[in-house]
Write a protein that binds this ligand. Structure first.
Ligand code: SAM
Length: 258
């Protein structure tokens, strides 16, 4: 069974996932809508659904007559319950959710946590019906290479060294398109969106919560020192500090008709 570093039992995880929904759902919904396949009667699958905000929205969009399925290793943080939303506790590395069954399969901020990305991506694609679409959104930390001031870059260097040791790949965004192409998907398209934010903003809150939640592990790993973590958190509280961190890479493709 796969393991997830930011377990749902961590004290602040519900709040952190709620903030992710607030920051990322508008972009995710926009890209799903642009595909033009989610309408009443359709079948949609979200894998690694977290708190289920996108799955609940998908269930609304495919109603009446359609169905949404939300899959995660841990369903404990899902609050929404609607008749056409099915929740399934499952590991996407283990196999397809339902072979060739969904008009749309989507996963956001999931694959970078998975050790066997090849199996997970193959199983996501295998759950799409012929002619249906797979839409992936994952981070790429390219923008931190130009973050200012220099101590912020040093902070991210430590964070990235910690994440590599924990099996997290924060540069996976750039791999999505070639992975879909290797699986035989067609009509592959993508782009990346980076939020530009300042201290005190919602993105700064997100990082403050995340770093605070993981602080113990970051320090014990030896990859970051308390003083550098404090410096970063101080920037996150300073409205004059502007930065960008993640290029959220959105890639979609179609499973060819048989
Ligand atoms: C960073 S959270 C993202 C949640 C949500 N997609 C979002 O963007 O707000 C990653 C989620 O993927 C789930 N996850 C991690 N590995 C998984 C796996 N192998 N199979 C299914 N879900 C997994 C975690 O439990 C967690 O809910």
């Amino acid at each position: 069974m796969s393991k997830y570093v930011l377990g749902h039992d961590l004290k602040g995880e519900g709040k952190r996932l709620a903030l992710m929904s607030e920051l990322l759902d508008p972009m995710h919904r926009r890209h799903i809508e642009a595909l033009g396949i989610i309408k009443p009667g359709a079948r949609a699958l979200e894998v690694g659904c977290g708190n289920g905000s996108i799955s609940a929205w998908l269930a609304e969009q495919v109603s009446p007559g359609g169905k949404a399925v939300a899959v995660d290793l841990d369903l404990s943080l899902i609050e929404v319950r609607t008749p056409n939303l099915e929740l399934r506790q499952d590991d996407i590395v283990a196999g397809p959710v339902e072979r060739g069954s969904f008009d749309l399969v989507t996963a956001r901020a999931v694959l970078h946590h998975i050790a066997d990305v090849e199996a997970a991506t193959k199983n996501l694609a295998a759950s799409v019906r012929p002619g249906g679409a797979l839409l992936l959104i994952e981070p790429d930390f390219l923008p931190v290479s130009v973050a200012e001031p220099p101590e912020v870059r040093t902070f991210w260097d430590g964070w990235l060294a910690w994440s590599r040791e924990r099996g997290i790949d924060y540069y996976i965004g750039r791999e999505l398109a070639p992975r879909l192409a290797a699986l035989g998907l067609t009509q592959i398209n993508g782009n990346a969106e980076s939020a530009i934010y300042n201290g005190g903003s919602r993105w700064a809150d997100y990082w403050t919560q995340t770093i605070t939640e993981l602080r113990g592990d970051l320090i014990t790993s030896g990859k970051l020192k308390d003083v550098l973590v404090d410096t970063f958190l101080n920037h996150c509280a300073d409205s004059n500090w502007w930065t960008q961190t993640i290029a959220f890479t959105v890639v979609h493709g179609r499973v060819p008709l048989a």
